[in-house]
Design a protein around this ligand. Structure first.
Ligand code: ADP
Ligand code: MG
Length: 729
C-alpha cells in the first residue's frame, strides 16, 4: 500500500528554490505601478475630474455622473495599457475572504468586431447575484439582490490582468452585507467625535482618521506535506499530531536566518505587494519553527484593511509557485505558538499629527493625556465588545494559550505613563496647569517622548498595549479580516470622545475655563478607567482572579464572546453612531454563530474520519505485526523465556487495543452529540452545543491518537508528523 507521507517527504526533499524574477528596477521605480493612484490619476484625468474626485475622497460627497464617466474611461485606458482584459468590483463579504466577479471590457459591435468599454455606471455600481453570500436572513426575507458600490477612498488596482475596484456590498434595502461599509461608517463617527475634542486644543484640526499598521504572522509548509494532511487541507489546522522532540524550546527560530526557500518566497511576495502599493517593510522569522511575519508601514485604516486582505490573497497565490502552502490559521499546530495579526492603531489629523504622540509643550501633553485616557476609558467600558470583535472558532484555540493574549481584555501602558497618570489623578486643579510658555508645571515628567520608547512595549502578554505612539491590539487573529476589530475600536473611541466633549461643555457652563474643564474630565476618566489597566503578567492565574474581582469579562469561547454584539448597550452604541442598525447586528450575530457551527462541524467530521479511516487501520496493522511476532516467539521460546521476554509486546498489544477502543467509543459519542446538536433550531443553542458538547471530544480523541503515534511503527504512520511539517523544508 502506498504511504503518502513518504511520497510527500521525498517530494519535499527534492525541491529546488524557484528562480525569483527580480525586477531590474529599484523598488521605488515599480512601487504602486499596478495602482490607480494619485500620480496615475493626474496623468490620465483632466484637472477638473481629478479635483472633483479628490473632493469626493476627502469629503465623502457624491460623485457627479459626468465625472464618474471620465474616471471610468481613464481607468480603462490605464488598465488596458497595463494588460488588463477584465474588471471586477472587489469586496469583502461576510465569508471573511474577498469576492470578485470578472467582466470583460469587451463589447461586440454590429460589424462583427468589438470594442473595449467601461462606463461610469459600471464603475459606480453593480448588482452581483449575491444570494449565496451570508446575509443572516436579511436578504431572504426582503430582497434577493444586493449591490456593490465604488469606494473611491481605496484606490483601484490591477491583479492578474483584472482591474479591481474596491467596493462596499449592501442589500437592496440598505443593510450592509460586508466588512467595509461599517468600517467606513465607524471612521466617519470617529472623525466627527474626535474633531470636536481636538478643536478644544487646535482649531486647525478639521479631520481625524484612524491609522493601522498590521503585523501578519503565518506558517509555511511544503505543499506536498500539506496535501498529505487532510486536516490541514480542510480545516487549516492539524487536529492530531504528537509534539516534535524539538520544537521552539531552543528559541533558535525567532529572528534567525531565513532559509533560502522561504526567502525566495518572501522576495516574490514583496515584489507583488509593492507593485500593488502595499508598503511591506519588515520580514522575519517568528517564534515557532516555520513561522514568519511581515508588516507594512501603517496607512489610513480603510486602505490598510484592503491591503491586508490583498496580502492574504497574495500569500496564497505566491506560495503556489514556491510549492508552499501558507497557513493563516491562528493555531495550526498544538504546543507551539499560534499566529496573530497585531493591529497597531492610532489616529492622525489633517495637520499631520499623531494624536497618540506625546507633545513637547504642556498644552500638547494635556491633549495627549486626554486622548490616552479617552481610549483607556473606551476599552474599559466596552471590553466585552472588543473581545467579541476578535472571536472566532480558530482564534479561540489561540487566545489564552501560553504564548498568546488572554481572553481577558486589559490595557498596558508602561511604568512611566502609569506614574504620569497616577500623578495627574492626584493633582489639585487649576494652579497645576501648564502656563503655556513651554514649561510643564503640572507634570513632573515633562519629556514624555524621550522615555516612552524605552519603557513601553516590554510587556508581550498584554492584549492591548501602548507602544510609544500607538496602541497595539494583539488579540486579533492571523486569519481575521481586521475590519471587524477596527470597527469596534473606532466606534467605542468615538463614543467616549463624544462623552468627553459633552462633559467639557457641562464644565464650561458651570464656569470653568476650557483647559480646566479638559483637565477635570481627564482626571475623571483616569479614575474611572483604572480597572482596565494591567501591567503584570496577563498569562498568570493571579490575573484571572484579579480580573474577576475587577469585574472584567473572561469569555473563553466564541459563542459566549459574540453575545456582546447583541447586548442592548452595544446595539445602542452602534445605532447612535450609525455604524450598524439593530437588524444588521442581529443578522451578523446569526452569521457568526452559523459560521462557528459549520467550522466545528467540519473539524468534528475530520476528527472522526481520520480516526476511523487512517489511524485505527494503521494501529491494527501494526498490532497484527506484534501479534504475529508474539505467536512466533511462543513457537521458538520455551514457556519460561516466553513469559519473561514477551511481556513488552503483550503490553503493547494491550495498550494499542485500549487506545483503539477509547477512540472508537469517543468518536461514536461525538457523532451522537453532533446529531443532537444538528437537530437544534436556534443558532445560539446549536453553537453552544457544538462548543460544549461536541468540541470537548476533539482533545479526548486526540490524546489517544497521539499516544498511538508514539507506539506505532514510524514506517506505517500515514500522516506527516510534526517534526516533518515544522522542520523539513
Ligand atoms: P515593532 O512592533 O516590531 O517594534 P513598530 O512598533 O516599529 O515595530 O511598528 C509596528 C507597526 O506599527 C508597523 O506596521 C508600523 O507602521 C506601525 N505603526 C507605527 N506608527 C503607527 C501609527 N501612528 N499608527 C498606526 N500604526 C503605526
Ligand atoms: Mg509591534
Amino acid at each position: 500500500m502506498k504511504n503518502f507521507r513518504f511520497t510527500a517527504l521525498a517530494q519535499t526533499l527534492d525541491r529546488q528554490v524557484p528562480p525569483v524574477n527580480y525586477p531590474a528596477d529599484k523598488i521605488s521605480d515599480y512601487f504602486g505601478s499596478m495602482v490607480f493612484n494619485n500620480e496615475t490619476m493626474m496623468e490620465y484625468l483632466t484637472k477638473e475630474a481629478f479635483r472633483s474626485l479628490q473632493q469626493t475622497i476627502s469629503s465623502g460627497a457624491r460623485i457627479e455622473r459626468r465625472i464618474a464617466d471620465q474616471v471610468a474611461s481613464a481607468m480603462k485606458a490605464w488598465a488596458l495599457r497595463h494588460g488588463a482584459t477584465h474588471y471586477t468590483h472587489w469586496f469583502h463579504p461576510l465569508t471573511g475572504s474577498t469576492a470578485e466577479k470578472h467582466d470583460a471590457f469587451i463589447n461586440p459591435l454590429p460589424s462583427g468586431k468589438a470594442i473595449e468599454e467601461f462606463s461610469g455606471s459600471s464603475l459606480i455600481q453593480q448588482e452581483p447575484d449575491a444570494s449565496s453570500f451570508p446575509s443572516g436572513g436579511i436578504r431572504s426575507t426582503f430582497e434577493a439582490r444586493g449591490y456593490t458600490a465604488w469606494d473611491p477612498t481605496s484606490p483601484a488596482f490591477i491583479m492578474e490582468h483584472t482591474l479591481c475596484i474596491p467596493t462596499i456590498f449592501v442589500s437592496y434595502t440598505g443593510e450592509s452585507l460586508d466588512y467595509k461599509t461599517p468600517l467606513l461608517k465607524s471612521m466617519d463617527a470617529l472623525d466627527k467625535a474626535a474633531v470636536k475634542v481636538c478643536q478644544l486644543f487646535d482649531k486647525n484640526i478639521t479631520k481625524v482618521y484612524p491609522t493601522l499598521g498590521w503585523e501578519q504572522e503565518y506558517f509555511l509548509v511544503d505543499s506536498a506535506l500539506y496535501a498529505a494532511r487532510p486536516d490541514l487541507v480542510l480545516a487549516g489546522r492539524t487536529v492530531f499530531g504528537h509534539s516534535s522532540a524539538k520544537d521552539q524550546q531552543l528559541h533558535d527560530h525567532y529572528f534567525g536566518t531565513i532559509h533560502s526557500r522561504a526567502r525566495a518566497f518572501m522576495r516574490d511576495l514583496e515584489i507583488e505587494s509593492h507593485k500593488l502599493g502595499i508598503p511591506l517593510k519588515t520580514r522575519h522569522n517568528e517564534v515557532a519553527p516555520s513561522q514568519f511575519e511581515c508588516a507594512p508601514v501603517y496607512e489610513e485604516v480603510n486602505v490598510a484593511v484592503d491591503h491586508n486582505q490583498l496580502l492574504m490573497h497574495l500569500l496564497d497565490k505566491v506560495s503556489r509557485k514556491h510549492h508552499f502552502k501558507v497557513l493563516l490559521h491562528e493555531k495550526p499546530y498544538d504546543g507551539v505558538n499560534g499566529s496573530g495579526k497585531h493591529n497597531n492603531w492610532s489616529m492622525a489629523t489633517n495637520t499631520g499629527e499623531n494624536l497618540l504622540s506625546p507633545g513637547k509643550t504642556p498644552q500638547e501633553n494635556l491633549r495627549f493625556m486626554a486622548v490616552l485616557t479617552i481610549i483607556l476609558k473606551a476599552v474599559h467600558e466596552y471590553e466585552e465588545l472588543l473581545r467579541g470583535s476578535i472571536a472566532s472558532a480558530s482564534n479561540d484555540l489561540r487566545l489564552g494559550g501560553n504564548e498568546a493574549p488572554p481572553a481577558i481584555m486589559s490595557a498596558f501602558i508602561g511604568e512611566q505613563l502609569t506614574k504620569a497618570l497616577d500623578e495627574f489623578e492626584n493633582l489639585p486643579a487649576r494652579k497645576n496647569l501648564g502656563n503655556g510658555n513651554g514649561k510643564s508645571v503640572y507634570l513632573s515628567i515633562p519629556k514624555i517622548p524621550e522615555i516612552l520608547r524605552d519603557n513601553t512595549d516590554r510587556n508581550r502578554t498584554s492584549p492591548f498595549a501602548f507602544t510609544g505612539n500607538k496602541f497595539e491590539f494583539r488579540a486579533v487573529g492571523g486569519s481575521a479580516n481586521t475590519a471587524k476589530p477596527m470597527v469596534a475600536l473606532n466606534t467605542i473611541v468615538a463614543e467616549i470622545f463624544d462623552r468627553f466633549y459633552a462633559g467639557v461643555q457641562e464644565q464650561l457652563k458651570a464656569g470653568l475655563k476650557k483647559e480646566d474643564a479638559v483637565f477635570e474630565m481627564t482626571k475623571k476618566y483616569i479614575r474611572e478607567s483604572k480597572n482596565i489597566r494591567f501591567e503584570g503578567n496577563s498569562y498568570s492565574d493571579e490575573w484571572k482572579e484579579e480580573a474577576r474581582k475587577r469585574g472584567l469579562s473572561n469569555h473563553a469561547s466564541t459563542p459566549e464572546a459574540t453575545k456582546a454584539y447583541v447586548s442592548e448597550k452595544v446595539i445602542e452604541l452602534f445605532e447612535k453612531h450609525a455604524v450598524f442598525t439593530r437588524r444588521e447586528l442581529m443578522a451578523r450575530y446569526e452569521i457568526k454563530l452559523d459560521k462557528y457551527v459549520r467550522k466545528l462541524q467540519i473539524e468534528s467530521r475530520l476528527v472522526g474520519d481520520l480516526s476511523v479511516n487512517h489511524i485505527i487501520p494503521t494501529a491494527i496493522k501494526y498490532q497484527n505485526t506484534l501479534i504475529d511476532n508474539a505467536k512466533g516467539l511462543k513457537e521458538v521460546l520455551d514457556q519460561k523465556s516466553f513469559v519473561k521476554l514477551s511481556r513488552n509486546q503483550l503490553q503493547n498489544i494491550k495498550e494499542i487495543s485500549e487506545h483503539i477502543a477509547e477512540i472508537r467509543q469517543f468518536v461514536e459519542e461525538m457523532t451522537e452529540e453532533r446529531r443532537i446538536a444538528n437537530r437544534l433550531e436556534s443558532a445560539e443553542e446549536k453553537a453552544d452545543a457544538y462548543c460544549n458538547k461536541v468540541k470537548p471530544y476533539f482533545d479526548k480523541i486526540r490524546y489517544h491518537v497521539d499516544k498511538l503515534e508514539m507506539l506505532v511503527d514510524d514506517q506505517l504512520w500515514p500522516l506527516p508528523k510534526y517534526r516533518e511539517l515544522l522542520f523539513i523544508k
